[in-house]
Design a protein around this ligand. Structure first.
Ligand SMILES: [Zn+2]
Length: 683
């Protein structure tokens, strides 16, 4: 093995024990991965083959102490694969992904290892464990059981075959959607552009160039392209044409039709759930979420559904009036909604995005996020000059109110060709206290437009919200205070993990933060109160529509995955029946129709879990109300509880218990309804 002198596997002795980025070359990753995987395999074998009777220390704690080299190599690799990639890194990624998948099997389908965990799990009340140790043991047991460790050889082989087939179907599903998107292009001539503002024309021109039709204008089926066109095009015939193509992705017959793929995936998921002892895939999936059961998730969705439909009905009436005022003599259709909603929005609020940006300079918004953390948690952020993986990335040392080191925060904010799209939080090192008191190194990666030299980067309000969102995740990692790595920071249920991030967005909208930090980048003047009011007033506009299209998709998702058996499923008929049952308004189409619903079928990501977004929103709205009820959005007693039970607690407790410890009760849906303008007060 050629790992001698490999900086990835050597000790990292520099400041904050950061990886020596300058010394790292792509070709060092493969040998480093090989060495790290072999080391971890040896550790697993030693634990599984231990002649001593299983104890918490020689099994669970030993597992927690293991895999350190793999953690280090993986964290550096995946930070680069996301934020500073290239052909060499991408090739390694393709090669390493199956190795890591196989490695997960050697861990979770290891019968001898599971026998030891199970032998500890059953008498766990008599082992004298502290609450955190008890939780780690339970989490290990749950993970192994959910992966199939407790099944016999035959069932395990069936499971492995199902997983493999599902993986390739998931890839095929995504590629089919992409193919339908790529093969469609609505080419427009100069005379077809009625209603399109300058930025939309420029985007249509760029889309035409990109698709080999220079000099023309074009609409593609990418959300940003089609939604802009639907919002602004005054040509009803073209809106209808484009809209029909958009909602038909994956359902056009031929080789790229996804309906058979969906039918097989739903069937296989139901079979997998049955092998693992559950009545349906939704039962299996939600058993390890905060919601726990499909009934609980459905209960929330249905509570919101009726009000959302009612509000959408009122919105529809407003849009129909607008059509009549313009002399139109037709009923509002699905392809018209965005167009008339945009007109109404402009008439009602007259909000111009370009007037807002000069008040939202990136550095001011970073300072605003830091100040929020100081007022809530006493944290301070000091810039430190460190050699990182890219010159645009910046680092701050984080300290608590007593000046004690909390961790290192790295912000990498600008878009570039080597970075994936989107925004995310990740880490180079997670917090733990098992072997040493290890403090975390946490990153936020964003894609804000890089400004010209000597100009500050100016954000949209959505960008600023993204910055606060990701910083909320970052604090979840930075404030983590657990002993066992398995429980650290953001390693919580996926319908709970968005609470710290979505909650943090609320402080951006407070006058305390906005009036102080939203200052004009040239004059330094604070954003005018009238502009702030307008900005905040648009928050509930068209939320009936948005909530209906989202909630319908989440309910249909649960319906598909609630099937105990799904042989010979007619996907179109099932989708239609499901929508008819909930009384879907004819003028709104679900946010993602089943044949192109990538959250559900391009992999397992949000299958039976699309409800999670709304579930987390209930939590964040209710949690912020805890501050509002005190009359002080920085109330220190509430902030202390938030830190203790949510931001620093990792996965130490069941999520519902953690929330109850913070709030004194489980969340109620009222604050969410108010936030979305679906409460009676907003009628
Ligand atoms: Zn998030």
């Amino acid at each position: 093995m050629t790992t001698a002198g490999n900086p990835l596997t050597a000790d990292w002795a520099g400041a904050f024990a950061l990886p020596p980025f300058a010394a790292i070359a792509p070709e060092q990753f493969r040998p480093a991965f090989d060495q790290a995987l072999a080391a971890h395999r040896a550790e697993i074998d030693a634990i599984a083959g231990d002649q001593a009777a299983p104890s918490f220390d020689n099994t669970i704690a030993a597992l927690e102490r293991g895999g350190r080299l793999l953690d280090r190599v993986s964290s550096v690799f995946f930070v680069l694969a996301g934020a500073d990639t290239g052909d060499a890194i991408e090739a390694i990624e393709r090669a390493v992904a199956p190795l890591l998948a196989r490695h997960a099997n050697t861990l979770y389908l290891n019968t001898a290892l599971f026998a030891r965990i199970d032998a500890l799990y059953r008498p766990r009340d008599d082992l004298g464990l502290d609450p955190e140790q008890d939780r780690v043991l339970q989490r290990y047991h749950t993970r192994f059981v959910r992966a199939g460790a407790g099944l016999g050889k035959v069932a395990q082989d069936q499971l492995a075959a199902i997983n493999e087939r599902l993986a390739s179907l998931g890839t095929q599903f995504g590629q089919n959607v992409l193919a339908d998107e790529k093969s469609y292009l609505l080419v427009l001539a100069e005379g077809d552009l009625a209603g399109l503002p300058d930025f939309a024309r420029a985007a249509a021109r760029a889309a035409a160039v990109e698709r080999g039709r220079p000099g023309k204008y074009a609409v593609t089926l990418a959300r940003s392209s089609i939604e802009t066109f639907l919002a602004f095009s005054a040509r009803r015939d073209l809106r209808e044409k484009a809209f029909t193509a958009w909602i038909s992705r994956g359902e056009n017959g031929g080789a790229t039709d996804n309906r058979a793929v969906v039918a097989e995936m739903v069937k296989l998921r139901a079979e997998r759930a049955r092998l693992l002892g559950f009545g349906s895939f939704a039962d299996y999936r939600l058993d390890d979420q905060m919601a726990k059961t499909p009934q609980a998730a459905r209960g929330l969705l249905e509570e919101v559904w009726g009000r959302a439909r009612a509000k959408a009905g009122r919105e529809r009436a407003d849009l129909q009036s607008l059509i009549a005022e313009e002399g139109g003599n037709f009923a509002l259709a699905a392809c018209d909604w965005r167009y008339y909603a945009e007109k109404l929005r402009k008439a009602k609020f007259d909000l111009d995005e370009t007037a807002i940006k000069p008040y939202l300079a990136l550095d001011n918004m970073i300072a605003a996020a830091f100040e929020t953390a100081r007022r809530l948690f006493g944290l301070t952020f000091t810039p430190v000059d460190l050699p990182l993986y890219h010159p645009d990335a910046r680092a701050w040392e984080v300290k608590d109110a007593g000046g004690k080191h909390v961790g290192l925060f790295i912000g990498d904010y600008y878009a570039r060709g080597s970075k994936h799209s989107g925004a995310w939080m990740t880490s180079l090192r997670d917090q733990e206290k098992l072997v040493n008191d290890i403090r975390p190194v946490i990153l936020n990666v964003c894609n804000f437009s890089k400004p010209a030299k000597a100009e500050p980067a100016l954000l949209s309000f959505e960008d600023a919200r993204t910055l606060f969102h990701e910083f909320g995740h970052a604090l979840h990692g930075l404030l983590s205070d657990v002993t066992y790595p398995l429980l650290a920071g953001t390693s919580v249920a996926s319908d709970f993990v968005e609470l710290p991030s979505q909650l943090y967005e609320h402080w951006l909208e407070t006058p305390e933060i906005l009036q102080t930090y939203a200052r004009h980048y040239r004059s330094g003047e604070p954003m005018p109160a009238a502009l702030i009011d307008k900005l905040l007033a648009t928050r509930t506009f068209n939320q009936g529509f948005a909530t209906v299209e989202y909630t319908a998709a989440a309910l249909v998702d649960l319906d598909f995955h609630a099937l105990a058996k799904a042989d010979g499923l007619d996907v179109t008929a099932f989708e239609r029946a499901s929508l008819a049952r909930i009384g879907m308004p004819a003028e709104i189409v679900m946010r993602h129709r089943i044949p192109h619903f990538q959250h559900l079928f391009s992999g397992d990501g949000y299958a039976a879990a699309y409800y999670s977004y709304l579930w987390s929103e209930v939590l964040d709205a209710d949690a912020f109300a805890a501050f509002q009820e005190t009359g002080d959005v920085f109330d220190s007693a509430t902030a202390n509880k938030l830190r203790e039970f949510i931001y620093s607690a990792g996965n130490r407790r069941d999520p519902a218990e953690a929330y109850k410890a913070f709030r004194g009760r489980l969340p109620t849906v009222e604050a969410l309804l108010k936030k979305r303008g679906l409460d009676d007060a907003a009628v």
